[in-house]
Design a protein around this ligand. Sequence first.
Ligand code: ATP
Length: 444
Amino acid sequence: MADTTQMDKLVSLCKRRGFIFQSSEVYGGLGSVWDYGPLGVELKKNVKDRWWRAMVHARDDIEGLDAAILMHPKVWEASGHVSGFTDPLIDCRQCKNRFRADDARIKGTPGTPDAQCPVCGSKGTLTEPRLFNLMFKTFMGPVEDSAAVVYLRPETAQGIYVNYLNVLQASRQRIPFGIAQIGKAFRNEITPGNFIFRTREFEQMEMQFFVKPGTDAAWFERWREWRMAWHHELGLNPAKLRWHEHAGNELAHYARAAFDIEYEFPFGWNEIEGIHNRGDFDLGRHQEHSGKKLEYFDQAANERYLPNIVETSAGADRVTLTTLVDAYREEEVEGETRVVLGFHPSVAPIKAAVLPLVKKDGMPELATEVYHDLRRRFHCFYDDSGAIGRRYRRMDEAGTPFCVTIDGETLAGRTVTVRHRDSMAQDRVALEQLLPFIRERIGA
Ligand code: ATP
């Protein structure tokens, strides 16, 4: 199967089954903005919940935060985004298309007569690269002038830096400690694409860990290990995950070290998370620009210092896409193609479907009872329409790990059939044992 076909199939499955829709589709869609449907919103929420659990609830040394999207414009001057969050772009004067300067399709040197536009094929029509800021701007208050400009945040991290002393004092934490946040970020990407891989509105799951200078390298290594382990625990195929080190000129000027976790998508190896040793760059800049001291006072050692920061920054949408790509498979079963989303049960949108075998003999009533009991604990689905085989297939496509079938034996002997999505094997489980049976397997 060609790789593009695999993505096309996934995109169409996502639309058909209600995972992801294009934004404003009835108006022709809005470029690289996507909406999550009933199954997609559950999947993404599960990814975020797992992150929050691992980063905040399962640790004593990380606190949560939910900072606003709009921030004081000086934040973005201090962070370097106003002057430096730019991509070099090239325009074609002929067809008016715009390209990133590193677009591999461009032949020749832009700005010279030999350069050729990759879209219209004209020669000599490409401009020299010009810098283009990726931040979205809007205006605050009734007046639309330059004094009222505010930005939609292009990352969540800055909300953490400017709140670090508030959180530290309120939570009575001591360094080393971290702050975690999940929230929307916006970037006016020039070459968005590959479905929800690169979009203009997306969600980040970021954690900034504040450490004593000199201990940053050791913490960086620990965080690298923990973050890769998290992706493995999400059920992603380890053979499709790898490290990419930012070396030499790839390393941002403020970073002491940076590694990306990459996944092998059908369109190639690409970043899903970055782990960065940022030194004291961020707090140093905010201290300088705000004029407020942001040092930490270590009472035990009676010393003051500006903490160093180790950052872990993942995209919630990118990780959600990764779970979809990793889960998608097609199998031949009895001469038919079975499409399965083999999600790890903890991220599966629906954990169990309850299916009365037939719509008579008291089966729907008992099935409804079972369904109501299960749905108090996790997201379930009730389906009584169509042949049982078709209902199983529909649940395979939705990635539901368990189907619970209520049949004649349920009425007679109070047992149900539990059908497993991946093996298609069936177990007979006592009705009283059903809840613990499923909970044990989904980790709920
Ligand atoms: P890329 O090189 O792919 O543009 P980046 O290095 O700019 O990413 P960071 O600024 O480190 O990314 O952001 C951290 C994470 O946020 C990325 O690993 C990715 O998962 C996510 N992310 C960044 N930009 C986007 C986007 N336009 N759409 C979806 N997710 C994004």
